[in-house]
Design a protein around this ligand. Sequence first.
Ligand SMILES: C[S@@+](CC[C@H](N)C(=O)[O-])C[C@H]1O[C@@H](n2cnc3c(N)ncnc32)[C@H](O)[C@@H]1O
Length: 417
Amino acid sequence: MRVPVALVDAFKDGFEPVLTDFMFQQRLLPEGETLESKRYLSRSIAPHVKALSNLFNRMEGSQTDGIDTEAYWTEGGSAKNRRLAYFLSFMPCNLFRVAAVWSELQRLGFKWPFPADGEFRGLEWGAGLASGACGIMAGEKHAPLGLPARGNFALIEQSKAALQLGKAWFEHFSGPGFDARPFHRRVELGRRWLPEAAPRFHLFVSSYFLNESELQAEVIAANLIETCEHHLEEEGLVILVEPALRLQSRKLLEIRKALIAHPKVISGAVPLQVLLPCLGHQACGALNKEDDWCHEEVNWWRPAYLRELDALAGLDRKSLPFSYLVLQKTRKSREEILPRLQGPSKTRHRLVSPTHSLGKKTWEFFMCGEEGKRRARLSRKAISAGNDEPDRGSILQRATLHGEASLTQIDSTEVLD
Ligand SMILES: C[S@@+](CC[C@H](N)C(=O)[O-])C[C@H]1O[C@@H](n2cnc3c(N)ncnc32)[C@H](O)[C@@H]1O
């Protein structure tokens, strides 16, 4: 996915001072310590980052559905340092992932569908330290869709300590005009996710949340639809970001499959449309094979302390993989919503793998479109307009093809910048 330079650069120098200010205000750093202290990072933070990374990657056993969240938010022992490790290491990465999805909407011409002088109402599910809500604010700052200057986020989270910190961090990060309302509760994904009396929102966001549930994708999808029916405004958005790991990513693909097959969605009773990353409601190309899945990848400039922390913890988050899904509750056509999409829908494809160079100016990659997933070859001379270096996430449109799904030749195409 191509992310605007302003967003890529935003975290290089500008983020660390904001984070440090917050940590001092909240007395999160021990007396005399700073994020520049290698000793502090290596002794107090890096071991927790390693342990959390193992947990999230399910490295101890095979990947499984569900996760024991108790393992990372429980009080006692070194809970404070574990929370700090999440805050310093995982929160900024998830924040950036969500902001990148926002920027993809901007790239395709999406405009915020509610009045600019109104008040925004967003909600983050499983907010933890509010990475998703902060990601929306960062996305809007560096790739604006036209959000109002005022609003609030409801943060729903089962860990009280994480929620308190998340609320304070969101308000610090977003600055004046926005605040957060914390709701300390466990969302039961097996029924409607909000109580009947809850209001309607313009935006639902979740980041690295759904994979923690052991429920079947069909159950999650049915209750998400129910929740959108009653608590998402008409034209409202749903942004779901999940890990790029095979099982967790496939779970999101299964959720998409169940969403678009649901009678309420098919009949239009709840007009939910998948906007991204797939450019249609076609059967998922990756679900055809058991060992396949679908993910994006974005590059960014990590803050200096995070480069150091990554090195100490044996991680390398120069690029951030993730899976995602953007839905809108709308009756408009995809072309009205994303006006940069041009040409017949069946001539549009998204690259879902890296490109492999086949000699000079010819690439091979996998791409997904209305007719499924195919291995394709493209040479530079077949590109009639747009970017001449396609990569994972690039969109081809007005493409003419010949050949089989196992090897397709692209005769001509535009590459959407
Ligand atoms: C991996 S963390 C992600 C936190 C944050 N969204 C982020 O991207 O950094 C998942 C969060 O979801 C919360 N969570 C998981 N299941 C939940 C549920 N059913 N109800 C409320 N919170 C839940 C966990 O406590 C945890 O804070």
